[in-house]
Design a protein around this ligand. Structure first.
Ligand SMILES: Cc1cc2nc3c(=O)[nH]c(=O)nc-3n(C[C@H](O)[C@H](O)[C@H](O)COP(=O)(O)O)c2cc1C
Length: 313
């Protein structure tokens, strides 16, 4: 347990990491100033607030370039991103001159830009602004919304992820099965079985990953760097399914721990990093071996073919 008291040294990184356990969706919140300047910001702080009146909220860093425009705008729009909109999320999370150049958008209520292909959209009148420490909390009264029902983009522990329906709990060793799972109709459904298999595989793998003392992004970075040399932080964004600030933090941590070095252009593994990358890879391999140990080569070959076939459909 980390207690925050006035005497203890408080680590913002550890606080952020602990907060990262709370999985969220990802939105782009947009607005237009009375003078016509458009802003758009990637935000995971969006949440529902009230049904009557219909209110939503999100919070903006007070020192964000766009914040003053959200403060002066009469309206804002919340675009909930779909799982294939990771590039949009990365784009609007970056400070740049004109974020809307080369992006398809339409003008929404009050001039706030709205995007196609989202999971959902809420167009709001600015209703209230509350002080939230280094953030302003903006409350919006929803005056129009769209529900496209597309699978959403999620954010968890610094990486992007996707939602799959929960396959339910499998009885732990020694626990009686509620009802013979395999005999039930759901229990034999291929999709349901795939979800159960992925969950069981991950459940056994996660505790092993912890022994490496690396975050998920850090271990992925090392494994990636075994294959690629001289890639910079921006280059890693596409490979790691994580936003630039999280990639930069991972690269900084790995540099501090002597596992990677940079010449200013790109990163390479040090001998220590190579050894750790090998350890990550061996852990993944040995876990796969253990998981598939009780199956024959023919069964594993067929299984791999079936998976490839499903992916190519
Ligand atoms: C997944 C993700 C979630 C974010 N959530 C927020 C948020 O809720 N509020 C915020 O102010 N910034 C958030 N940011 C950071 C902003 O998107 C980023 O600082 C952006 O550059 C601000 O835009 P501006 O520089 O045009 O003001 C988030 C970034 C990412 C990648």
């Amino acid at each position: 347990m980390t207690k925050i008291t006035s005497e203890t040294e408080f680590s913002p990184q550890a606080f952020r990491r602990a907060l990262g356990n709370f999985a969220t969706g990802v939105t782009i919140v947009t607005a237009r100033s009375p003078e016509g300047e458009k802003v758009g910001v990637t935000a995971s702080s969006f949440n529902s607030l009230s049904m009557d009146p219909p209110l939503v909220l999100w919070s903006s860093m007070k020192d964000a370039k766009s914040c003053a425009i959200f403060e002066s705008a009469s309206h804002f729009a919340v675009n909930i991103l779909a799982s294939d909109q990771m590039d949009m999320s990365n784009h609007f999370a970056r400070r740049q001159e004109d974020k809307f150049a080369g992006i398809d958008w339409e003008e929404g209520i009050g001039g706030a830009p709205i995007f196609d292909n989202c999971a959902g959209r809420f167009q709001c009148e600015t209703y209230d602004k509350l002080d939230g420490g280094d953030h302003w909390i903006f409350v919006g009264k929803v005056i129009a919304f769209d529900d496209f029902g597309r699978s959403p983009l999620c954010f968890h522990q610094g990486s992007y992820s996707m939602v799959f329906s929960h396959p339910g709990t499998t009885p732990r060793a020694g626990e009686p099965a509620v009802k013979g799972l395999a005999e039930r109709r759901m229990g034999n459904h291929k999709f349901f079985l795939m979800l159960q298999a992925v969950r069981a595989y991950q459940d056994h793998y996660r505790p092993k990953l912890e022994t490496l003392e690396l975050s998920l992004i850090e271990s992925r970075t090392l494994v990636m760097m075994n294959e690629l040399t001289g890639v910079n932080a921006e280059g890693f964004v596409a490979y790691l399914s994580a936003p630039l600030p999280e990639v930069r933090e991972a690269l900084l941590n790995l540099t501090d721990r002597g596992m990677i070095v940079t010449d200013g252009d790109g990163y390479t593994l040090t001998p220590l990093g190579e050894a750790k990358a090998l350890q990550c890879w061996q852990l993944a391999e040995s876990h796969a071996e253990e998981a598939f140990d009780s199956f024959s080569d023919t069964q594993i070959g067929n299984f791999t073919d079936v998976l490839r076939g499903l992916i190519d459909q």
